[in-house]
Design a protein around this ligand. Structure first.
Ligand code: ADP
Ligand code: MG
Length: 278
């Protein structure tokens, strides 16, 4: 599509809600008529499992294979070979051997652009391409940052770390200077909130203190709910599992917020601003 946006969901901390956000915002955007491609760029394959692939060993082709073909200079098979079609959205699945790709990317000249080379031609088919990333600031995540237009950073109020976020912003800044000048930080999505707790308020105060004037903090928060785990267990999005649930409604509202404001970075260079004062 003409205005296709490639969004990376990143935070090198595990368990902040990256995969849950990639999947549920993808479903929510699809439900308002957007064409969505999800990319599982994590060897842990959680997004692929959420999509309904129980055993990733059964996949005949995955992200590892197509990235390897690109590194080897081979021609890619037809898109239909490596893009799985779901009811509402599509997925390029991951497999455990994506961790081998990460090692091979190191020896590859220009290796940090491999994922970008895969995704650029796919822009014509989608409104949003959403990349889920692994909890590690290695070459797979660098590839996601090199390939994207913007980054959404899910931050759990239960796992808040200013140092971790500053490290991520520094990497984004480096990627912006060296590989991908168009990258923007769309914003921080606060996840797993329980507004009744003192912890929630303390974490929110700290997040505000460090980042409020530098990075958009999305208005929508994603509340903590057991329904996310239950939906996951059944390989469904929480929107499909229980559309009335508070997290389902929050992801639907978040999708609208992304459409309305997500592309606006709040300045010419949020990564720069954030880094300067972090
Ligand atoms: N809003 C939420 N409420 C309750 N549990 C959640 C919520 N969001 C995510 N989880 C659970 O927390 C765990 C980590 O979430 P996940 O999206 O996999 O994080 P990441 O991809 O950043 O590691 C998963 O077990 C997931 O089901
Ligand atoms: Mg994950």
């Amino acid at each position: 599509m003409e205005n296709c946006k490639i969004i990376a969901i990143a935070n090198q901390k595990g368990g902040t809600g990256k995969t849950t956000t990639a999947y549920n915002m993808g479903i929510a955007l699809a439900e308002i008529g957007k064409k969505i491609l999800l990319v599982d760029n994590d060897p842990q394959t959680n997004l692929t499992t959420a999509f309904g692939i129980r055993n990733t060993d059964d996949l005949s082709i995955s992200l590892h294979d197509v990235l390897t073909m690109l590194m080897d200079g081979q021609e890619l098979p037809d898109k239909s070979e490596y893009i799985l079609r779901g009811e509402k959205l599509d997925l390029i699945p991951s497999s455990i051997n994506l961790s081998v790709t990460e090692i091979n990317l190191r020896d590859e000249m220009g290796g940090e652009r491999t994922l970008s080379n895969l995704l650029e031609p796919l822009r014509e088919d989608y409104d949003y391409i959403i990349i889920d990333t692994n909890p590690y600031l290695g070459l797979l995540t660098i590839n996601a940052l090199a390939a994207c237009d913007s980054v959404i950073i899910p931050v759990s109020t239960q796992l808040w770390s200013a140092n971790g976020l500053t490290a991520l912003l520094n990497i984004i800044l480096k990627v912006q200077k060296k590989i991908n000048p168009r990258i923007r930080v769309s914003g921080i999505l606060i996840t797993m909130t329980d507004e009744r707790t003192i912890l929630f308020r303390e974490a929110m105060d700290l997040i505000d203190e460090y980042f409020k004037d530098k990075i958009r903090i999305y208005d929508v928060h994603i509340p903590v709910t057991v329904k996310i785990g239950e939906a996951n267990f059944h390989s469904r999005s929480v929107l499909d599992f229980d559309a009335k649930n508070k997290a389902a409604r929050a992801y639907a509202a978040f999708a609208k917020e992304v459409i309305d404001h997500g592309d606006i970075s709040g300045g010419s260079n949020t990564a720069d601003k954030a880094q300067a004062s972090a």
